[in-house]
Design a protein around this ligand. Structure first.
Ligand SMILES: *Cc1c(COP(=O)(O)O)cnc(C)c1O
Length: 372
């Protein structure tokens, strides 16, 4: 057992389980040869839209591209401000900077690591155009509160749901919770393809039509460009992979939940490891299982030395990153973001994690945390 490497995310076991279906789906694309905008694209968009509870789905080249197209369709530009979390993957703020707008960072809650909705209103100025919350680790933030604030100030809400596809908030699916929801099918996300991919969700038909055009160079019809767009399509083979994985996705979400609850139970007695917190009105897609610890470096070293892979999501908040510190605006202070950046530690999490392996991870974590 100790000689078997532990995977942080096990895509090989998933492929073994789904091989017949994935191979068949990819072969179908090779046979029909429509690699771009083939029939898999529309089929996947219909299935994903139904999965999140209606509206429209537009598949795109990546999660980053989804966020960029969302900002473009809203006409967000130079001089505008977008309120978001500093405690996220760089892509969230990157797209705001790419359209020339200013990312405005509001601090996060210390337990969920999601944007603190109570701090958003103080960050709004005449220049604010949108709020871009992030559903970090798979859990939505306080979306009702965020939508209420947005409604009052006439702002759009773009949910960066790259990590949360499959999660729920008050029995509604992630990606259906705001003006526009954006997700990613990067291989390690809860629903991943075998390359880059992403999707945009909205119930606004006019926005959906415009985003479909932006996705293909702003074409209303072939060689008739009514707006500036991007080359942002998701290819047929990647759509085929997601279609195959979708067959097993509900089962995988259940497994993720069982594994996460088992982790939480086995860590609950510890006073050196703080398990993640999920609010009672939502479920996580468990993109990451992220605990908080003191003396993280020593714990990581001893876990890695005994063959347990770990990751840090994220070691430096964006307002302290060289690319963003001079172009962002900080609202209030970001003490929670700075504090948790030194404490978070992600453990192996995937639907194929066995109980034996999980017990070993927990016991090595608790041993190293106590002796650290
Ligand atoms: C993964 C991720 C993205 C970007 O998705 P890509 O498909 O890799 O472009 C954006 N935001 C967050 C929070 C992410 O985790």
């Amino acid at each position: 057992m100790s000689n078997t490497p532990i995977d942080f995310i096990d895509l090989k076991s998933q492929y073994r389980e789904l091989k017949t279906s994935i191979d068949h789906r990819i072969q179908a694309v090779l046979d029909h040869g429509q690699y771009i905008m083939g029939p898999e694209v529309g089929e996947l968009e219909d299935k994903l839209a139904a999965f999140v509870g209606g509206g429209e789905c537009i598949t795109v080249a990546s999660g980053t591209e989804a966020l960029l197209i969302a900002l473009m369709v809203l006409g967000i530009k130079n001089g505008d401000e977008v309120i978001t979390s500093p405690y996220t993957f760089a892509a969230t703020a990157e797209v705001v900077a790419l359209v020339g707008a200013t990312p405005v960072f509001v601090d996060v809650e210390p337990d969920t690591c999601n944007i603190d909705a109570r701090l958003i209103e103080a960050a709004i100025t005449k220049r604010t155009r949108a709020i871009m919350p992030v559903s970090l680790y798979g859990q939505a933030p306080d979306m009702d509160d965020i939508n209420t604030i947005a409604g009052k100030h006439n702002l759009a809400v773009i949910d960066d749901a790259a990590q949360s596809f499959g999660g729920t908030y008050k029995d509604r699916r992630s990606c259906s919770l705001s003006t526009i929801g954006c997700t990613s099918f990067f291989p390690s996300k809860p629903l991943g393809c075998y390359g880059d991919g992403g999707a945009i969700f909205t119930k606004d038909a006019a926005l959906a039509k415009a985003m479909r055009e932006i996705r293909v160079h702003g074409q209303e019809r072939r060689y008739h460009h009514t707006r500036v767009g991007v080359g942002g399509r998701m290819d047929s083979i990647q759509c085929a992979v997601v279609l195959a994985k979708l067959e097993r996705f509900d089962w995988e979400l259940t497994r993720r939940e069982e594994i996460a609850q088992r982790y939480i139970r086995s860590l609950s007695g510890s006073n050196v490891v703080t398990p993640p917190v999920i609010r009672s009105d939502r479920t996580s897609a468990w993109a990451q299982f992220t605990v908080q610890v003191e003396r993280r470096d020593q714990i990581i070293k001893s876990l890695n030395d005994t063959g347990v892979p770990t990751a840090i999501h994220y070691p430096v908040p964006l307002h302290l990153q060289p690319a963003y510190r001079d172009i962002c605006r900080v609202s209030g202070n970001l003490v929670n973001s700075e504090h948790i950046a030194g404490r978070v530690l992600s453990l192996p999490m995937h639907p194929y994690l066995s109980e034996v392996t999980q017990d070993m991870i927990v016991s090595r974590l608790l041993t190293s945390a106590v002796s650290a």
